[in-house]
Design a protein around this ligand. Structure first.
Ligand SMILES: CC(C)(COP(=O)(O)OP(=O)(O)OC[C@H]1O[C@@H](n2cnc3c(N)ncnc32)[C@H](O)[C@@H]1OP(=O)(O)O)[C@@H](O)C(=O)NCCC(=O)NCCS
Length: 177
C-alpha cells in the first residue's frame, strides 16, 4: 500500500509530466519476475498481448548470464523495464533487444530513452557490434524511439504480431557510435 508521501509524489509527477524523484533503475533479478509479468499486462495490449512474457520466461532470462535487463521502479512498483540477450557462439557480437516498456501513465518523460541507453551501453560493454530487435510497424512511438537512437528498418515481417499487424526488424551498428 503506497504511503501518503508516495501518493503525493504520484499526483505531482503526473501533473508535471516528470519522473518520480525516487525512481531507481537497476539490473533486473529473478525476484523481479512476478512483478514484471504483471507489468506486461499493463504495458502490452492488443496485438502485443500474445507476445507478453510470462513469469516463467522472465525467470529463465533473468538467471542467464547472456541476459541484459534493467528494471525501473519506485516504492509503488515497476515503471518500466528493458530486456535483451547477447547471442551465442558465432553471433556473440550481436545483441537482441527482446522487450522494452514503460508504464502508460509515465510515457513521454524520457524513461524509455534512459532504459534503451542503458541497454546499448551494456551491449557495448559486452563488445557487441550491433543490436537487433523486432517491433510492430504500427507502433509509431517505439519505431520513433529506436530510429532516434540509430536503428534502421532492415526487414518487414508480414503478419508477425497478428494477421493484420506486420513486424519490422530494426538494427543498429554500435561501431560508429
Ligand atoms: C515505446 C515506449 C517504451 C517509449 O517509452 P517512453 O518513456 O514514452 O519514451 P520517451 O519518453 O523516452 O520518448 C522517446 C521518444 O519516442 C517518442 N515517442 C514515445 N512514444 C510515442 C508515441 N506514442 N508516438 C510518437 N512518438 C512517441 C517521443 O516523442 C520521444 O521522442 P522525442 O524525444 O523526439 O520527443 C513506450 O511507449 C511503451 O512502453 N510502449 C508500450 C510497449 C512497447 O510498445 N514497447 C516497444 C516494443 S518492444
Amino acid at each position: 500500500m503506497p504511503s501518503n508521501w508516495s501518493t503525493i509524489c504520484i499526483i505531482v509527477t503526473r501533473m508535471f509530466h516528470t519522473l518520480p524523484p525516487h525512481l531507481r533503475i537497476l539490473p533486473a533479478i529473478t525476484a523481479d519476475a512476478r512483478e514484471l509479468e504483471a507489468f506486461e499486462r499493463k504495458a502490452f495490449r492488443d496485438y502485443y498481448a500474445s507476445h507478453r512474457f510470462s513469469q516463467c520466461q522472465f525467470n529463465y532470462y533473468l538467471k542467464r548470464t547472456f541476459t541484459i535487463a534493467y528494471v525501473a521502479r519506485t516504492d509503488i512498483g515497476v515503471l518500466g523495464y528493458v530486456l535483451g540477450i547477447q547471442q551465442s557462439r558465432s553471433r556473440q557480437h550481436v545483441c537482441r533487444l527482446l522487450s522494452i516498456a514503460v508504464d502508460p501513465s509515465y510515457e513521454h518523460r524520457g524513461l524509455g530513452t534512459r532504459l534503451l541507453r542503458l541497454f546499448l551501453r551494456a551491449s557495448r560493454r559486452r563488445k557487441c557490434r550491433s543490436v537487433s530487435l523486432e517491433v510492430a510497424r504500427v507502433n509509431a512511438g517505439a519505431v520513433h524511439l529506436f530510429a532516434q537512437h540509430g536503428f534502421e528498418a532492415v526487414r518487414r515481417l508480414p503478419r508477425y504480431y497478428s494477421n493484420a499487424v506486420d513486424g519490422l526488424r530494426m538494427r543498429m551498428s554500435l561501431r560508429s557510435r
